[in-house]
Structures are given as structure tokens and as C-alpha cells.
Design a protein around this ligand. Sequence first.
Ligand SMILES: Nc1ncnc2c1ncn2[C@@H]1O[C@H](COP(=O)(O)OP(=O)(O)OP(=O)(O)O)[C@@H](O)[C@H]1O
Ligand SMILES: [Mg+2]
Length: 335
Amino acid sequence: MIDVKNLRKEFKKTIKEPGLKGSFKSLFKPQTKRVVAVDDISFEVPKGEILGFIGPNGAGKSTVIKMLTGILTPTSGKCEINGKNPTENRKSYVREIGVVFGQRTQLWWDLPLRETYSVLKEIYEVPDDRFKSRMSFLNEVLELDDFITSPVRTLSLGQRMRADIAASLLHSPKVLFLDEPTIGLDVVVKENIRNAIEHINKQEKTTVILTTHDLADIEALSNRIVMIDKGRNVFDGTVSELKTKYGQIRELHFETEERNAAQALCYEKLFGGNIGGLTLEQEGKAVKARFDSSVVPVSEMLAYTLSRINVTDISVRDADIEEIIRRLYQQGVSE
Ligand SMILES: Nc1ncnc2c1ncn2[C@@H]1O[C@H](COP(=O)(O)OP(=O)(O)OP(=O)(O)O)[C@@H](O)[C@H]1O
Ligand SMILES: [Mg+2]
């Protein structure tokens, strides 16, 4: 179980006045400024869950992961993984966790992949027979065979990511931290990586914290989401709770012969222009209008549209999770 309570991290940043004089001054009398990267974050993750840990750029996700993995020491607050504090008992703690930072590899650049795993075997003291069976399992799930003899520096990004994930799993950790494991990958490789994560979670009951900007990862893998912004919690719940809570966004789809539907409809006239971010896109006959049903009720939207132009094939759909989260990131959340 992962237990995070009122976690906070401040960094001291050196500020330098411009010019040579400034450099000189900052060398001898450095001026520092406090940066609050993580303000106040709390959440719990039960064993075996895949938690989607999301938020806009700079929200503090990687800093939280670094505190959970013991790379950074919190300024205040609690983080405990299976009753252990990540910064104490480092040696026994690292055996229980696996970590992947998608932005940079943790593998040795010049070593052939196979040897990298042999080094890790020694570091984690994995017995020979266990290592053998583990390697064949990881080979099967992550398809490492094609490049296992190549030096890491020659691997493609997708191969490198699979290799990194295998490395993080070699010692059968109970908890796996994945910070953007699908960043920069094509759709096919993304899909392979998702399948591998799902397989390992199901087979070994590994608890996973997954950070991503690709919401398809979340939809495929995690039932629960913790969303943060500016170092604070903004949402904690299931994907369907998120949809219920913020999912008043609807899409009206229809076809029309009207070549400029926006002009003909003139939605600005609805409610005297108070239409809450209503947008309209047209491609040939197909029109999609996106609106907030808490501002413009569905019935009003339908009645108004039908009264102004001739349409066929009209339907109203829920916005998908991608759209809800895009709006939350843009507008912020007030709870
Ligand atoms: N070592 C550091 N020194 C100073 N500030 C830092 C340091 N590390 C992170 N920060 C700041 O803390 C804030 C949170 O950064 P963090 O990397 O945790 O965000 P993130 O949610 O992972 O973003 P992204 O989605 O872009 O990866 C940012 O404003 C960042 O500039
Ligand atoms: Mg990050």
C-alpha cells in the first residue's frame, strides 16, 4: 500500500544578477529563491492497483515520483510504501520498487543490453535460476530478443523503453513507478507497452503508479485517477466519477447542406451570447458543435439548432475523457 499525506517539496533556486558582476556576487554571496514544486499532495494506492497520476506540465508529478522512490527527500509530509520510508533503509527499499523515467534511460549506454541485465542481477542479488526464468518471462512480454545483444545506444526509442521497463522489473518489484513510459512512441509500440504493463499487473499483482500525458494510456490501464495541478490535488476518483463530475460537455453532431453553418446558426444569439465556450467545426456537410450542457441545456441547443437550419442525422454525444481533461488543464479546477 502506498500512503502519501500532505507531501511537500521546496527547492532553493540560486538567482543571479545579470553580467559579470552578478556572476561574481552569486559565487560568493548566492541569493536564493524558494520554489514550491509540490505544495500539498495526499493520496493512497491499494495493493495491485494501477493509478493514473496526471496533471499539466510542471504540476509536480515527477517530483512526487522522485520522493516516492527516495531520489528526493520531502521538505515535509509523509510518504510510505508498504510501511517503509523511501529515504530510510535505501538498500532494502530499492529491492521492492521498480522505476522508469521515460525521459531518460537508466541503462548503461555502451553495454550490450544482455550485459546490463547481468549487472542488475548482481546488484539486486537475483539467484541464477530465478534470473533465467525472469529473463525468459520479460523476453516474452516485452519482446527483447531482437535487440538483446545490441548496445543500448543503438536501440530505437521504442526498444529502449521496453528494455528500461524490463530492467525495472528484473527483481520482481512489488511496486512499479512509470513516469511517462510511452512518451514519443508510435501507436503500435504504445499499445505493446500498455499490454505489457497490464499483463505484469494482472500476473504479479504489481502496484503501478503511471504518469502520462497520453490519456489513452489511462483509459486502457487505470480505473482510478489522481490529478494534480500546481503541486496540489485537484481530483481523486475513478474515470467514470470524473465523467460524471465534470462531464457536462456534450457534442452535437449533424449534417447540413448549409455551407457556412456557423454563420447561419449564429449561436452567439443563444442566451444573449452567454454560451460558455461553445465551439463549432465544419467539414463539408458534417458539423460538430461542442457545448457545456450546464450552460446551454441539451433541449435548448437542439431546439435552437433545428429552428435555424435544415439538418439531417442529428445526434448528441458525451465528450470523451480527453476533452474533459483538456478543459480542466486549461481552466483549472475549483473544488
Ligand atoms: N531540481 C529542481 N530545482 C528547482 N525547481 C525544480 C526542480 N525540479 C523541478 N522543479 C520545478 O518544480 C515544478 C514541478 O516540476 P515536475 O518536474 O515535478 O513537473 P511534472 O508534473 O513532472 O511536469 P511534466 O509533465 O512537464 O513532466 C516545476 O515548476 C519545475 O520547474
Ligand atoms: Mg514530469
